[in-house]
Ligand binder design. Structure first.
Ligand SMILES: [Zn+2]
Ligand SMILES: [Zn+2]
Length: 878
């Protein structure tokens, strides 16, 4: 095996990863084929933002997907991992605007819509592949020939098809409704795009006087500036305090407009003063009340949250300036009764953190109730399963209470809304194709200037990327997809919308499993963020330790749905694991004289061969079971334990005598078993650590071109050796106990000692003889059923089913040991004395803090225990 001996001395990921990745690409192993003889297994990637840079969250998400894909590919499925990027409306637009401002001093308005969009496309062509190239560094085995973009031709076609279909069914409508408005991004947001945070604020209590009367109603509000748009005050119809005022007129303070007192059951008598101001244009609940009572909507703010002409003297002020001025004026007019501190939930824009303003606005909406039905059913009946299951409750709760989805955004970058307005007859035309003339009167039309919410196109991702609305072979074969892997933070944004979209447009669920993972936090448990500066760049990790080490670290820490912490020490440990595998494999390769990978006849196998084969066989079953249940973290931990402990630390050590002994009749058998178990274990590890496993596997005797297209190992009942496993575990436990005693007694590894084994189980220990000699420092092993001819002062070790004795003189040099122990005894006595005098010192005990005294007491106990042991040992030696 010339090749085997050529394996590098140490493992250097830099030398291996890129070369192997290119090789896999060239051979086309990532390409998915429509193959009627195979079952498909499909994952669509959660498309990263085209502006994105790979962060730890992506690294985790992609690692989990690649593990599943590589595993299924080896199991013989026709696997498709479909990659792509998202145009990411707001994020990208802001990025390009920033660049224009910095580099050219231009705003998007200076350029105009068309020129600006040209610049965004240019930007996309230049930088859009950055994140794709970063994904490749991780080892992602995506089918890059099928790479998609949410604004490519096909996806755009799907978007228009869906918009028009839903519009024609009455499920998309345009309406003047209350929406969340970000004054900074100057666009509408959907409910899912608002993040709530508790903030300290105030309740201001304001007097609203009844017209021509001294009577007043007290109103409490957290946003006094909205009072400029009040069009009523509402009370509960049964509220005795206010019954007589219903139908009367109030004078709106500062504005001096007349507004009615109305009765509505929505008002909670017990809350605040039991009377609420109604501002239909600036509050979602008030909006509903306003609709019921036919109240006018007075919108008092501009798009940038400054006060408009309805605000009178406050016109032009920012909302917070206006708030301050209004409070001052109310105080001056004696209309402010009191101010109370109040903590309340404030909605913030998920992009920029600005407090959103609920306002009425003419926008496009998706009517959600009818669409939610099917999306609820498929999760309830288990057609789609969340992993872990607890997320299905969160999903269902959201879906059951879903509000209509505001889908229009006041941006330029995105899918333009395919609605046209006739300038002559006012007709609204929604069309799959671009049109220039009115279908009704032939007049000139203009297209709606807004674009669609980014998530409108990503909601179609599982089928738009497979060719829908065309009935392509890909769509027929790969849809529905198998698993969606994503973080819990986008269940509402994305997962929920893919589910109802799949049900509506494909009449079939978009995926069978939703595998949810948590986020990667820093070592202190904080979210990684730009502002904290605690983010860790996965590319830096890869450069230092290799992609395998990063993947292994992320997989090891993973349990479905839970957050994990990132520690550099763990990556180092993963790198050490890679080195351990490399060194063990190198040892195996250096000792191979065979060039076939096959198992010898089973009856030729020794005890340790059968033991490792049985352990390996068991590992195959367990790892496969764990992967079936999405327990990737457990699976990889088992692989680690098996490789590190059982294979490297035990089996290789156990077979060394056979490998080294050229006369051994079972030398070749050892080589076959080493090769078989190692190469198959590498297959099990391949999805987690694709590079190192491939590199080693290729040096081992093997069949086929690449480990990544080799067959996933299977469990074989005939390799299940229960009896041999039991025997080996007895021998291993005995060896461990002897090693422990020798370590305790400071016996040099080179010092050999006789070993007497008294056991009824002579057969097992007979088989273990050679191992005691090699691994437990035995110079000779004497087996007997009874305790006889054993020196009185022999050290005894008791294990299950046997008592073992080692003559003391074999282990230690009696005189020297006594001398050493005497010295230790003196030292310990001094320590005990020192602690005792401290504890007997009244001043110390009364003045020192309680925990310090307690620590001292524990120290004293520890020294006393150690001293007792030393005294005992001395006694046994004398
Ligand atoms: Zn914003
Ligand atoms: Zn017309």
């Amino acid at each position: 095996m010339e090749e085997a001996k050529n394996i590098a001395k140490t493992y250097d990921p830099q030398q291996v990863e890129e070369r192997l990745y290119n090789e896999w690409m060239e051979k086309g192993y990532f390409r998915a084929e429509v193959d009627p003889d195979k079952e498909p297994f499909t994952i669509v990637i959660p498309p990263p933002n085209v502006t994105g840079q790979l962060h730890m969250g992506h690294a985790l998400d992609e690692t989990l997907q690649d593990i599943l894909i590589r595993w299924k590919r080896m199991q013989g499925y026709s696997t498709l991992w479909l990659p792509g990027t998202d145009h990411a409306g707001i994020a990208t637009q802001i990025k390009v605007e920033e660049m224009l401002r910095k580099e050219e001093g231009l705003s998007r308005y200076d350029l105009g819509r068309e020129k600006f969009l040209e610049r965004v496309w240019e930007w996309k062509h230049t930088y859009g592949n950055r994140i794709i190239n970063q994904l490749k560094k991780l080892g992602s085995s995506c089918d890059w020939s099928r790479e998609r973009f949410t604004m490519d031709e096909g996806c755009s076609k799907a978007v228009r098809e869906v918009f028009v279909n839903l519009y024609e069914k009455g499920l998309i409508y345009q309406g003047n409704r209350i929406i969340n408005w970000c004054p900074n991004c100057v666009t509408a947001l959907s409910d899912a795009e608002v993040e709530y945070e508790e903030k300290a604020g105030h309740f201001w209590y304001i007097k609203y006087y009844v017209k021509d009367s001294d009577e007043f109603i007290t109103i409490a509000t957290t946003r006094p500036e909205t009072m400029l748009g009040d069009t009523a005050v509402a009370v509960h119809p049964e509220d005795e305090r206010y019954k007589h005022l219903i139908g009367k007129t109030l004078i709106l303070p500062l504005v001096n407009r007349e507004i009615p007192v109305i009765a509505d059951e929505y008002v909670d008598k017990e809350f605040g003063t039991g009377a609420v101001k109604i501002t239909p244009a600036h509050d979602p609940n008030d909006f509903e009340v306003g609709m019921r009572h036919n109240l006018p909507q007075i919108k008092v703010m501009n798009d940038d949250a400054t006060i408009n002409h309805h605000g009178g003297k406050y016109e032009g002020m920012d909302r917070y300036e206006a708030r301050k001025a209004i409070i001052e004026d109310l105080t001056g007019a004696g209309l402010l009764l009191q101010t109370k501190d109040h903590v309340h939930n404030v909605g913030q824009c998920y992009r920029c953190g600005t407090t959103v303003e609920p306002i009425t606005s003419k926008q496009w909406f998706v009517k959600m109730k009818p669409l939610a039905e099917a999306a609820i059913k498929v999760v309830k009946d288990g057609t789609i399963q969340f992993v872990p299951d607890r997320f299905s409750k969160i999903y269902l709760n959201w879906m059951e209470n879903v509000h209509d989805w505001c889908i229009s955004r006041q941006l330029w970058w995105g899918h333009r809304i395919p609605a046209y307005y006739c300038e002559d007859c006012g007709e609204t035309i929604v069309s799959k194709k671009d049109i220039t003339g009115c279908t009704k009167c032939g007049g000139k039309v203009i297209q709606d200037p807004d674009v669609l919410d980014t998530w409108f196109s990503s909601a179609l991702w599982p089928f738009s990327t497979l060719g829908w609305p065309e009935e392509t072979d890909d769509l027929n074969y790969f849809y529905p997809t198998s698993v969606l892997v994503t973080g819990y933070d986008i269940i509402f944004f994305w997962v929920a919308r893919m589910i109802f979209s799949g049900m509506e447009h494909m009449k079939k669920e978009p995926f069978k499993y939703v595998f949810i993972h948590g986020i990667v936090r820093d070592s202190e448990g904080r979210k990684m963020s730009k502002s904290l500066g605690n983010g860790i760049d996965p590319l830096e990790v890869i450069e230092k330790y290799g992609a395998d080490a990063l993947r292994f670290t992320l997989a090891t820490g993973n349990s479905p749905g839970n957050d994990m912490r990132f520690y550099w020490e763990r990556v180092e440990a993963s790198r050490n694991f890679a080195n351990k595998i490399w060194n063990a494999s190198r040892f195996v390769l250096m000792n191979l004289e065979i060039n076939e990978n096959k198992l010898p006849e089973l009856e030729k196998l020794t005890l340790e061969d059968k033991w490792i084969l049985s352990r390996y066989n068991n590992l195959v079953k367990e790892v496969t079971d764990n992967l079936d249940k999405f327990e990737l973290g457990i699976a990889v931990q088992k692989l680690y334990d098996f490789i590190w402990d059982e294979f490297c630390d035990w089996y290789i050590e156990l077979v060394k005598p056979r490998l080294y002994d050229k006369q051994s009749t079972s030398r070749l058998e050892a080589q076959y078993v080493l090769t078989y178990v190692l190469s198959n274990t590498l297959k099990l590890l391949h999805p987690f650590m694709p590079f190192i496993t491939e590199e080693i596997w290729k040096h081992l005797p093997h069949e086929g071109e690449s480990i990544m297209i080799s067959a996933w190992p299977k469990y074989h009942e005939q390799y299940n050796f229960v009896e041999e496993e039991k025997q080996m575990s007895v021998i291993m436990a005995a060896i461990k106990s002897i090693r422990n005693i020798r370590a305790e007694m400071n016996v040099a590894p080179s010092r050999k000692a006789k070993l007497y084994v008294v056991t009824a189980n002579v057969e097992t220990f007979q088989k273990g003889k050679v191992f005691f000699e090699r691994l437990a420092g035995a110079s000779e092993v004497i087996l007997s059923a009874q305790k006889e001819d054993i020196p009185e002062d022999a050290v005894s070790v008791v294990v299950e089913g046997a008592e073992m004795f080692i003559p003391l003189d074999d282990l230690v040099d009696r005189e020297k040991e006594i001398e050493r122990l005497e010295k230790e005894k003196q030292n310990l006595e001094k320590e005990v004395q020192r602690v005792n005098s401290k504890l007997n010192n009244h001043g110390f005990v009364s003045k020192a803090p309680a925990h310090v005294v307690e620590e001292e007491r524990q120290k004293g106990q520890k020294y006393a225990d150690m001293l007792a042991k030393v005294v005992e040992r001395l006694k046994s030696l004398k």
